[in-house]
Design a protein around this ligand. Sequence first.
Ligand code: 13P
Length: 335
Amino acid sequence: MSALNTTALKIISSGKGILATDESTGTMTKRLESVNVISNSENRLKFRNILFSSEAMNNCIGGVILYDETIKQKVNSETISEIISKTDTIPGIKVDIGVKNLSSSKEEKITEGLDGLRERLNEYFSLGARFTKWRGVYKITETLPSKLAIFTNAHALARYSSLAQEAGMVPIVEPEVLMDGSHAYKECYKKTSEVIKRCFEELILQKVDLKGIILKPNMILPGNESNEKINSEQVAELTLKCLTENVPKEVPGIAFLSGGQTEVQATENLNMINLKNNSNFIITYSYGRALQQNALKYWSNNQDDINGTQEIFNHRAKMCTLAAKGQWNKELEKN
Ligand code: 13P
């Protein structure tokens, strides 16, 4: 077993999942301002550190994705990586630097951050990171995502992955097909399949060790502006079909993004996917909003109540971990 494979398995085994706290400063500012909290580096750290020092870190969270600002911060002379590692959770880092308009298809995006990446990766390793994340983003319309967006983003994801592995870190490969829009779930299935297929063609071409990556895809869902309704059984069946048809068997695990689903929806769908999973993939969560939303809302009104905020986060992480084992049910949400 390679060291990268060992790290990947440690992050996602036994129902553990990933806490995504890698919101850029711009995104985190929107999230904090939406609950009337001033977004400064002190407040961003305050909220995040409440999560990092919670009970759920010991038994639910296998990895935390950090943002550049956070991995360089300290609490009482302890680095954030040290605080996270103490709970036997692995620190990770978002290494893309965000999206820009794709020059030949202006409605679409390309993720940037390859220039100087080798040096940045070495620095992050020295700061304690052992895995990394890069997000490609694709929009669905009748004609999009274009072949160009599918090819260029896959190429960048593979170049990033190869460099991350060279630096001794597990790359999380995140091709996110957005839920935004009025498309039908069948379109999401078709386009997500195309996107994931192309990503693996590039990863293989660029000799990325597939046993040392984690795939972070979206689930198959109808667009959030469509009137279509599908139940979690349909979500699970289509999502598993898409993954088993397009993800090579060497990949150890898949950790979904929540993508705008509510906390309970993201949990229910993950649970059903695990109940129906006949593949060898470990399937778990790498949630941002679906782990933090309620905790953030509570904290914004009760900033001195660290225990109360942690209780809400612990509950959510526990529900997600039960879903990653296929052991969740709606009744548990009431406790
Ligand atoms: P959400 O779970 O809020 O979609 O965030 C996950 C993530 O890391 C997006 O890049």
